[in-house]
Design a protein around this ligand. Structure first.
Ligand SMILES: [Zn+2]
Ligand SMILES: [Zn+2]
Length: 349
């Protein structure tokens, strides 16, 4: 079937309307009419081929929410009209150790929602800036939020799970002191989640103007990371610091804020993977640096249910499809509070 979409034909071209083909619904497939799709910063990297591996035409989008419009003959968990989500993963090998333990995100055969190999036309996956998507039922997530929150749920599918996964893994809760570095798409959800989990939350920002906003999101304290005085006041005190910043920056200034056994978790991939590290900062307090990449399907469902229970959604700006290029420019300037979401009804021509 043919559906309307929005994508780019080349890395130096803006996104524009296009028509794409979606496969027929197979026995285990769920067909989803996409209502909203969030814009993740990685969409922009991919459209501009900044990682050097983009297939064109490129249709990004992996923060997908919508409504089931058809199911395959073997699908029992979903039915027409169900509210569902699709995140970063639409397939994996299904039988490796990672898949069997619910960590499809770490499967070597993980298939991303866009720009990954597929037997479907045009041989790489096409994402959520489109009217409809067909996905194997294993990778479809149930949304239990009230329907009027649906647009603001979309960013949970990438930004939400990316921050939730390390917070859960490192057992954040009452009595834990947690830092969130960067108050953007990821960071603003990290603050909300850590706050609801009961931790003492400290937000780090380079922008004086974000101080008040961070408190509103649930931060107990806000630290200007460019101020040595403010930073040293938190020396050796954190259990966990989640670093959402992809731009190059000095990790050592955050490492020294960790107490014994403290963990620094990196979520962003800087343009150069080589970071300067003062190894004595690890040794002196048995500290560790880890990384984390989205989450598995069971964990993503757990996150969605947690957010529905506690009323957590993203702070968003809803845009029309023809505003996507402008939204990318604003995203580059950090001019968004805190996530753009596309109204996919505006894709129709
Ligand atoms: Zn993303
Ligand atoms: Zn696997």
């Amino acid at each position: 079937m043919t559906v309307q979409a929005y994508g780019a034909y080349a890395s130096d071209k803006p996104l524009e309307p296009m028509e794409i083909t979606r496969r027929a619904v197979g026995p285990h497939d769920v067909q989803i009419d996409i209502v909203y799709c969030g814009i993740c910063h990685s969409d922009l990297h991919e459209v501009r081929d900044e990682w050097g591996c983009t297939h064109f035409p490129c249709i990004p989008g992996h923060e997908i929410v919508g409504r089931v419009s058809a199911v395959g003959t073997h699908v029992s968990g979903f039915k027409s009209n169900d509210l569902v989500g699709i995140g970063c993963i639409i397939n994996s090998c299904k039988h490796c150790e990672e898949c069997e333990s619910g960590f499809e995100n770490y499967c070597d055969g993980m298939i991303g929602t866009h720009n990954s190999p597929t037997p479907d036309e045009p041989s790489w996956t096409l994402g959520g800036y489109s009217q409809r998507i067909i996905v194997h039922e294993r990778y479809v997530l149930r949304i239990r939020h009230p329907e009027e929150q649906l647009a603001a749920v979309a960013p949970l599918l990438c930004a939400g799970i990316t921050t939730y996964s390390p917070l859960r893994h490192w057992e954040v809760g009452p009595g834990k002191k947690v830092g969130i570095v960067g108050i953007g798409g990821l960071g603003h959800l990290g603050i909300k989640l850590a706050h609801v989990m009961g931790a003492h939350v400290v937000a780090f920002t380079t922008s004086e103007s974000k101080r008040k906003a961070a408190r509103m999101l649930g931060a107990d304290e806000v630290v200007l990371s460019s101020s040595p005085k403010e930073m040293s006041a938190h020396s050796k005190s954190f259990d966990l610091i989640i670093d959402t910043v992809a731009a190059p920056h000095d990790l050592n200034t955050f490492l020294v804020l960790l107490k014994r056994n403290g963990i620094l978790t990196l979520l962003g991939v800087p343009p150069s993977p080589h970071l300067s590290l003062e190894v004595s900062n690890l040794l002196s307090k048995h500290r560790a640096i880890t990384g984390s990449m989205v989450g598995g399907i069971p964990e993503t469902q757990e996150m969605l249910d947690f957010c529905a229970k506690y009323g957590i959604v993203a702070d968003i700006e809803l845009i029309r499809a023809d505003e996507i290029n402008g939204a990318y420019e604003r995203m580059l300037k950090g001019d968004v509070k805190y996530r753009f979401v596309i109204d996919n009804a505006t894709l129709a021509v």
